[in-house]
Design a protein around this ligand. Sequence first.
Ligand code: 26Q
Length: 822
Amino acid sequence: DMTPPVAAREHTVESFTREFLRELNFGRGVDLDRASANDKYMALARTVRHYLMTGWLETLRNQYRDQAKVVAYLSAEFLLGRQLDNNLLTSNLEGIARESLDQLGISLDDLREVEIEPGLGNGGLGRLAACFIDSLATLDVPCIGYGIRYEYGIFKQAFVDGHQVEKPDTWLALGSPWEFPHPENAVTVGFGGHVEDVTDEDGVKRRDWVPASVVNGVPYNYMVPGYGTNRVNTLRLWSARAPKAFNLQVFNEGGYEEAVKNQTFAENISKVLYPEDSTPQGKELRLQQQYFFVACSIADFLCNVLPQDFDLHRLPDRITWQLNDTHPVIAVPELMRQLVDLRGWTWEDAWGVTQKVFAYTCHTLLPEALEVWPVDLLGKLLPRHLEIIYRINELFLEELRDTYPGDELKVRHMSIIAEHPVRAVRMAHLATVAGFKVNGVAALHSELLRDKVLSDFAQLWPEKFTNVTNGVTPRRFVRIANPSMSGLVTEAIGDGWIKDLSQLSRLEPLAEDAEFRRRFRDIKAANKVEFARVLKERDGIEIAGDAMVDAMVKRLHEYKRQTLKLLHIVSLYQRIGSGALPLESVTPRTFVFGAKAAPGYALAKQIIALINAVGSTINADASLEGRLKVAFPANYNVTLAEKLIPAADLSEQISLAGKEASGTGNMKFALNGALTIGTDDGANVEIRELVGDENFFLFGMSEPEVADLEASGYSPEAVYASDPDLKAAIDLISSGAFSGGDRTLHEPVIAALLGEDRFMALADFRSYVDAQDRVEAYYGDFEAWSRSAILNVARSGFFSSDRSMVDYMDRIWGAKPVKQNF
Ligand code: 26Q
């Protein structure tokens, strides 16, 4: 009998209590009356995971039996968020767990708060990966997520005098109950060394990589349970260890220092997540991380997931490796090395297979965010891979010269190798050449990829290019984060929407129902009170429970233009102060910011300090009678997002058009009944198209207008001089009004705006402030606002990551759901 001790059918309060107490006594070695909150959380988590185990084992068994096509999602980041709530939902145990714990005098909600979220990602890209694996499991699609088990995730942000200070994220300090380490399945990965010509017994010549050091990758498995299905897929994160045997050998040769060095080298690799999400520096350790997890994942799939006797010529029938941006692109030469060097395949055979198994998702439009690796560095760390990349490029350039005879300029532009400022590998070009598909993450983004960033490639291979608009999981970001609204929706249309979000459209008629609108409003109001409670408890920040919640939460970057929102706030404050705007006419509003700056991004940190300075001044100004508040809780993360988003009225999506690839926060807000104020950028375009112009506050230049202004010459000084409100706001900052009279403190931010203003915040200021005036007027008509809010929910079903996954299956993977009987 292969059934685990707790069968999933056996869902009773009594059996749950029995399991929970067993975990407490035998798993933690404590009695209930002596158990710490952490003991109880751990026991609860382990109890819940028992109930998911049947499905996990069944899924693994079927994987061997069915030999179905698998999606391997290769991502350097998985920004999972807390696991307990999701696993309670998918195991259908929430009610039972609550009752069981109640009987024991324990509050489930208190235990939820014990969990430290795994923050193994920077922002959008990492969170997207987490939504995608959730959706694939829910859709019954076989998938393995492959990534890195960072010992320290995204840093913990604190503010000291309003300035960002980074602290290590010690998410593993108390252990994680959700991981299953398998040191016995460790995979070995090489680094450095040299390449030799060798001739084997049959006289066949090949290149042989002799690494200088080796590192072990220990897999840690995590359950990825689907909702409303018994499928439980796997997320496999790799942790780097020094191989014992290797160290022993060096040690015996008397190289104690060497052995210890190698130990440190190895264990550094999965130590910490790089906190840069744009303009990546060419750091050696980062490349080590990339190769480490990719090499482990490919070896794991070829040797452990596929059957021993599998004919790798059929690899494209069994897998697509989806590359989450260029971070895992070193997988391309690694697979070539596996096939050519280790299995003796011809180059042509290996390249034929390689070109059928990789697909590449691009997440950016900023040229400075495109990864390049200097060949010096790459060749030192991965000498054989560099050779393979050169060979791929050589054959590619030959093909190009055939197609475009005499057009050396084009050849140089398209080359995988850049020559300036240093010779370097362009990872996006490598991904585009090797991948059978390249996709952008929103309609506008994919268009710009095709017509601008990668236009030469799109001309050569038009059929390679496609779009898949991002999505978000409705389980975490609606059902779990907003239980009250979910209850209302389910009461109205049944609970089918949780797995088929397009059903939200059935709410449309209810936007005209006054009673429904009232209930919808009451829920938003209650969510605000709850959010205010959390801010007080978490950050000591006091906000009104009933003011408009105006939220801008995303990484701090100039292109996202947190400064534009700040200028609006300063302008309001300035106009109220000058008497131009009567205080009584201003709707009470809480401006919420959440943003981490990359530690090395000096200007971003100065913008944070300025937001905090403006916030302190405004929050302390009694003459405002509390009508305007700025709340900037430190360390915005998935856990806080789940509290803020359901409380929000207004979603700020104000990037310069043509710069934000998609945005996904915008989708979460719309699905929770916030209205968007936004530019015609990224997925905003599609949101506006679906929810309708009347239910969206559009402002700012369009992407072609931005391009025109760029071409004709943009002068921020001239805009500043010609708009009195803008000038007054900037002058107020320059005067030292937010820095105790210090006129130099915020100078760098002002200088960046008045000097170059790369992202044209000043150019969009007037249009933005006008749109904010429209927001203000519309919000006063609360019935109209509620109607629009409901329509935002009803018309945003498209933004489910389940739909994204269906699009990937249809347009890219050719993978299919595999239902399992239960
Ligand atoms: C690369 C090399 C070295 C160090 C760091 C990096 C690095 C790490 C993270 C580069 C980029 C990132 C993250 C990018 C990101 O989050 N992009 C966002 O992806 C979202 C999902 O598609 C989109 O919605 C956003 O528009 C996009 O900015």
